[in-house]
Write a protein that binds this ligand. Structure first.
Ligand code: NAD
Ligand code: NA
Length: 396
């Protein structure tokens, strides 16, 4: 079929298999040009199909020849209806990994469920024995609790008082003022339940109980901090409480790994266009200014550049891992540079519908958004008929 983008608000309902494949190939090539990493050999990635999780899987496999198991929640294709992007990303990843002689198998289902956890554990037991790295990279608006069956929803709201600021509709380029009402009722607890560290801990506890964690095992979850500008809706909002909980959970997990000399870390990553971040108000305007400044200063990175740096310059240096005073690994260091933030602050004041196309990188935002779904990818012929019914070769 011929597949075209069909967007509804912050999501795109279609995805292009060739474009997704090209994105994955580009990431693999990037990792290959950066050279070998003396890294992990057996890796579980939870949230492995898009964004930072996919980049982590690619970096493990093609940077350090790791066997990888990927867990994710993606929509398979049906005749005439393309799969979701993460499905096609995984098809391309597995094909390339297998060609390179690397073990790569995948599990599609709800990572918050006991069923998928058990299935993953069985697969590790059968095929890998013990693993040396778990990347925890889920971004989800809902979580069904595995014991009670209660469904929790996370929200993106400020706490205590409403927050007003500028935002941009990245489809139209219209800059407007928005006001977000503060969290009410159980909003904070619910968001912490979905995006905090509870599920991460359940995974590591379950793997540990089955003796599936190798000596010196490490596990990494991803967090975000960002500037003062976005604090009310991000770091000091409901999602920030969840990130506080995730960061605190790293210490709790580390405590449980003492006997195998294992460690849990949170890595604070840069703001990037992903399916998760386009849904947060104010952030798209911030990202479009951030991209402009970071590209001008030649320090712009995407997910793959970020994770390559995380592995090569933080996790697998052969030396002690560098952290901030709160124990977090920082690869948002270039985003948070004083000169970068000062420049954004100034641009922010002047950002209007009229000025944004020149003072911000709205075009870059727009392209990155479509790229997530395999559209507007250089080198792909979108007039060609493509097979939407691709299978993931080693889907369990
Ligand atoms: P993403 O939307 O690209 O990836 C989310 C992944 O989780 C996908 O693989 C998806 O299939 C999987 N997933 C979602 N719900 C699932 C479920 N119930 N069961 C199994 N898999 C499920 O998001 P991302 O931006 O890569 O985010 C990953 C992590 O990185 C999040 O913790 C996010 O907060 C963090 N982070 C993101 C940014 C950013 O700017 N995007 C910055 C710093 C940190
Ligand atoms: Na991810």
């Amino acid at each position: 079929m011929i597949i075209e983008p069909r967007t509804r608000g912050f999501i795109c309902l279609t995805a292009h298999p060739k474009g997704c494949e090209q994105n994955v190939l580009n990431q693999i090539n990037y990792i290959k040009t950066k050279g070998a990493i003396d890294g992990p050999k057996k890796v579980l990635v939870i949230g492995a199909s898009t964004g930072f999780g996919l980049a982590s899987r690619i970096t493990s496999a093609f940077g350090s020849e790791a066997a990888t198991i990927g867990v994710f929640l993606e929509k398979p294709p049906t005749p005439g209806r393309p799969a979701s992007a993460g499905w096609y990303n995984t098809v391309a990843f597995e094909n390339k990994a297998h060609e390179a002689g690397l073990y790569a198998k995948s599990i599609n289902g709800d990572a918050f469920s006991n069923e998928i956890r058990a299935k993953t554990i069985d697969l590790i037991k059968k095929d890998l024995g013990q693993i040396d790295l778990v990347i925890y990279s889920l971004a989800s608006p809902v979580r069904v609790h595995p014991e009670t069956g209660t469904k929790y929803k996370s929200v993106l709201k400020p706490i205590d008082r409403s927050f007003s600021n500028k935002t941009v509709d990245f489809h139209t380029g219209k800059v407007s003022e928005i006001s977000i009402e503060p969290a009410t009722g159980d909003d904070i607890e619910n968001t912490v339940t979905v995006m905090g560290g509870d599920d991460w801990q359940l995974w590591i506890d379950a793997l540990k109980k089955e003796a599936l964690l190798a000596p010196q095992f490490q596990t990494i979850a991803y967090s975000y901090i960002g500037p003062k500008l976005t604090e009310p809706v991000y770091r000091k909002g409901t999602i920030g409480r969840a990130k506080d909980h995730l960061e605190a959970t790293a210490f709790k997990i580390t405590d449980t790994l003492k006997d195998i000399n294992g460690k849990a870390y949170v890595s604070v990553n840069k703001a990037l266009v992903t399916q998760a971040s386009s849904a947060i108000p104010v952030i798209p305007l911030y990202i479009s200014l951030l991209y402009k400044i970071m590209k001008e200063k030649e320090i712009h990175e995407g997910c793959i550049e970020q994770i390559q740096r995380l592995f090569k310059e933080r996790l697998y240096t052969g030396k002690q891992i560098d952290t901030d005073p709160e124990g977090r690994i920082r690869i948002d260091d270039w985003e948070m540079r004083e000169d970068v933030q000062a420049a954004i602050k100034e641009l922010w004041e002047n950002a209007t519908t009229e000025t944004l196309p020149s003072i911000g990188d709205l075009q870059g935002y727009h392209t990155d958004f479509f790229n997530l779904f395999g559209f507007k990818v250089p080198g792909v012929d979108y007039d060609q008929d493509v097979d939407e019914m691709l299978e993931i070769p080693e889907l369990q």
